[in-house]
Write a protein that binds this ligand. Structure first.
Ligand code: NDP
Ligand code: GDR
Length: 345
């Protein structure tokens, strides 16, 4: 039975990758952060009672800021594959917390690589590692972006991902570690964090349709992105670690849409005129914007045999259907509070 360790298991991609690996028979170890409230909501339906002897999902407290915890977890988990998904992953937040972003998204990767190197040397194992790189690394380089395109990062987040990418290449070359860098373009799902633009749109438009929200405040509607489905993209991560040799791969759909296009497709599906409810709020405009991203996934197609299955309209429908159910539940709860006279304090 193969064993995998996932950092960032509580995030969108972590939750999809966990399902994929459990489905393939892996024992899955995940690193979670201590927080004052539960942060494992995305894993609820795959959570297993740790008291059961057959448990295949095991969670460990740790942090990318804490190298000692990473070493201890590697010793305990003894993974064959390591998926580094943990990051301060919000581009706009990285302008507000640049030092923290660099510490977790860049130096955290270095801490993990050092821990993996020690683990490999002390056990004689040959673990394989995946690093979650990003299309944001291309930044100002125009499309089509591919593995040979220049990195011109435009935010503290993107700079941190570029540094992490080169740390991984360096550990591969200098120490012979099997490390593959995915360069993934935006990917979304019903489990997407609610402050990323796609989920913000589907959450807000469905709440507006359900009568519990009036307006949707947005930033730059002209930004162009290549959006895919997270469920498809975690398969590419797994495939990268099944190859004979490590490598770096762009994972994208090769199709580009604007934020305004996304609003239009979601609005049409929900039967809402988005222009009547959307207002531009300068607080969502970034100090530096990445204008246009569209990836060329030819190498991933050729080498990994990977292809995206869900297109953007399909993704929008999936997210709207999910969020409409949430909004209707919320509307029923509000109506029942009003009926029973219970007020929020
Ligand atoms: P999320 O923001 O949904 O998840 C990030 C994960 O990292 C969460 O589990 C979070 O934990 C964890 N994390 C954050 N800080 C720390 C820390 N200090 N120590 C340990 N864990 C931490 O991101 P996604 O799932 O969308 O993305 C996964 C990875 O892929 C990220 O590295 C992201 O930068 C990268 N990426 C994502 C793309 C996308 O479109 N989704 C595209 C390209 C790259 P908690 O739940 O406690 O906050
Ligand atoms: P991005 O995703 O920055 O591409 O990073 P995000 O969804 O945050 O923004 C996409 C584009 O939409 C514009 N935009 C807004 N964005 C947000 N969040 N909120 C708004 O109200 C809004 N209005 C317009 C943005 O300016 C931007 O151009 C994501 C993250 O998952 C990264 O971790 C990952 O590396 C990249 O995708 C690939």
């Amino acid at each position: 039975m193969k064993s995998a360790l996932i950092t960032g298991i509580t995030g969108q991609d972590g939750s999809y990758l966990t399902r994929l690996l459990l489905g393939k028979g892996y024992v899955v170890h995940g690193i979670i952060r201590r927080s004052s409230s539960f942060n494992t909501g995305r894993l609820d339906d795959v959570y297993q009672d740790p008291h059961e002897s057959s448990v295949r999902l095991k969670l460990h407290y740790g942090d990318m800021a804490d190298g000692a915890s990473l070493r201890k977890i590697l010793r305990e988990a003894q993974p064959d594959e390591i998926y580094n998904l943990a990051a301060q992953s919000h581009v706009m937040v990285s302008f507000q917390q640049p030092e923290y972003t660099a510490d977790i998204t860049s130096t955290g990767v270095l801490r993990l690589l050092e821990a993996v190197r020690d683990y490999a040397e002390s056990t004689g194992k040959k673990p394989r590692m995946y690093q979650a790189g990003s299309s944001e690394m291309f930044g100002a380089t125009p499309p089509m972006q591919h593995e040979g395109s220049m990195f011109r990062p435009q935010s503290p987040y993107a700079v941190s991902k570029v540094a992490a990418h080169w740390h991984c290449v360096n550990y591969r070359d200098a120490h012979g570690l099997f490390v593959s860098n995915g360069i993934l373009f935006n990917h979304e799902s019903p489990a997407r964090g609610e402050t990323f633009v796609t989920r913000k749109i589907t959450r807000s438009l469905t709440r507006i349709k359900a009568g519990i929200q009036d307006k949707l405040y947005m930033g730059n509607l002209d930004a162009l992105r290549d959006w895919g489905y997270a469920g498809d993209y975690v398969e590419a991560m797994w495939l990268m670690l099944q190859q004979d040799e490590p490598g770096d791969f762009v994972v994208a759909t090769g199709r580009q849409y604007s934020v305004e296009d996304f609003l239009g497709i979601a609005g049409e599906y929900l039967g809402l005129d988005w222009k009547k409810v959307v207002e531009i709020d300068p607080r969502y405009l970034r100090p530096n914007e990445v204008v246009s991203l569209c990836g060329d996934p030819s190498l991933a197609k050729k080498t990994l045999g990977w292809e995206p299955k869900v297109d953007l309209p399909g993704l929008v429908r999936m997210m709207c259907d999910h969020d409409l159910r949430l909004a209707e539940e919320e509307a029923r709860a509000v109506a029942s509070r009003i009926r029973t006279g219970v007020q929020r304090v």
